[in-house]
Write a protein of this length. Structure first.
Length: 61
């Protein structure tokens, strides 16, 4: 009994180490972090970008 091997998913996009969390709609905390993340990305501050992602993930809304 052989199963077809389909491992086409979970291909990481180059240049994006982690999938970025989406800010929850209506959550002021998330919106604030998403805004800072945007600013940090434009400034090229990837450390701060990932900090903001962590905060959005931790947010309990
Ligand atoms: Zn939130």
């Amino acid at each position: 009994m052989t199963e077809p091997v389909t491992t086409m998913e979970a291909a990481p996009a180059l240049g994006e180490p982690l999938p970025e969390p989406e800010p929850a709609p209506g959550c002021a905390n998330c919106r604030g972090w998403a805004c800072r993340r945007d600013i940090a990305r434009k400034a090229g501050d990837l450390t701060r970008v990932s900090d903001c992602n962590v905060m959005i993930r931790r947010c309990t809304h």
